[in-house]
Design a protein. Structure first.
Length: 228
């Protein structure tokens, strides 16, 4: 995040409790509209209706839709980062072999992408097409946080990895997982559920195949026991 510009979260920071509650309601409504309607449907009037606020109040808080979307992006991925810091705390994984980490983390990522499919698609589209390169770098750093933490966990177990260059192999394997999830779970085309399952199977099947891909590439032994 050091290479990125300071995020634009709110043009008029909320100082009073009532103002903070209004801001929270507005950002929550924006997330809900994005999750239901996608980026195109997340207009300022639609978000204002969902939040039960006037359009004028929205524009008093944010100068334009872009500033509002930046705030939504920041809020969504800040929550993800906080969850990652807890879930991927190295002390929680002390003594856990690399194979178990891969199985647990990949499965969790697949479930997360499936659960938040529409809003992730919208936020990634928004950030990747943004004209400000500083914001694009900042956005990429935010959503790369989980992969960096997983990479650190695996690198601490480099002795278990049979690939000749563990650090490079971990980076590549996690990049492939990220691209697979974005391309298969978050495609631009709106696949019907039967079409999607014909391509990638169920989420459980996709997770199992990604497990095999990462474990095989890193040279990790398959763990016959279920992940606890």
């Amino acid at each position: 995040m050091t290479e990125s510009s300071e995020p634009v979260v709110d043009a008029h920071p909320a100082k009073q409790p009532r103002s903070r509650r209004t801001l929270e309601r507005l950002l929550q409504a924006a997330e809900e509209v994005l999750a239901r309607e996608g980026l195109e449907g997340a207009t300022v009037p639609a978000i204002a209706r969902r939040a039960r606020l006037s359009v004028g109040i929205v524009y008093r808080r944010f100068p334009d839709k872009d500033a509002l979307m930046r705030a939504v992006y920041e809020r969504f991925f800040a929550r993800s980062m906080a969850a990652n810091r807890d879930a991927l705390d190295p002390t929680r994984w002390a003594g856990v072999p690399a194979t178990r980490i891969v199985r647990s983390v990949v499965g969790g990522m697949v479930r997360g992408y499936e659960q938040h499919r529409t809003i992730l698609r919208a936020l990634l589209r928004y950030a990747d097409a943004h004209p400000d390169p500083e914001f694009r770098r900042h956005a990429e750093a935010l959503r790369g946080d989980a992969f960096a933490r997983v990479g650190d966990l695996l690198l601490a177990r480099r002795a278990e990895i049979r690939h000749p260059d563990p650090a490079a192999a971990i980076r590549f394997a996690l990049t492939v997982v990220a691209l697979a999830l974005q391309g298969l779970v978050l495609p631009e085309r709106r696949w019907s559920q039967p079409e999607l399952e014909q391509i990638v199977g169920t989420g459980e099947q996709l997770g199992a195949e990604l497990d095999r891909l990462v474990l095989g590439y890193l040279g990790l032994d398959a763990d016959p026991e279920p992940v606890g």
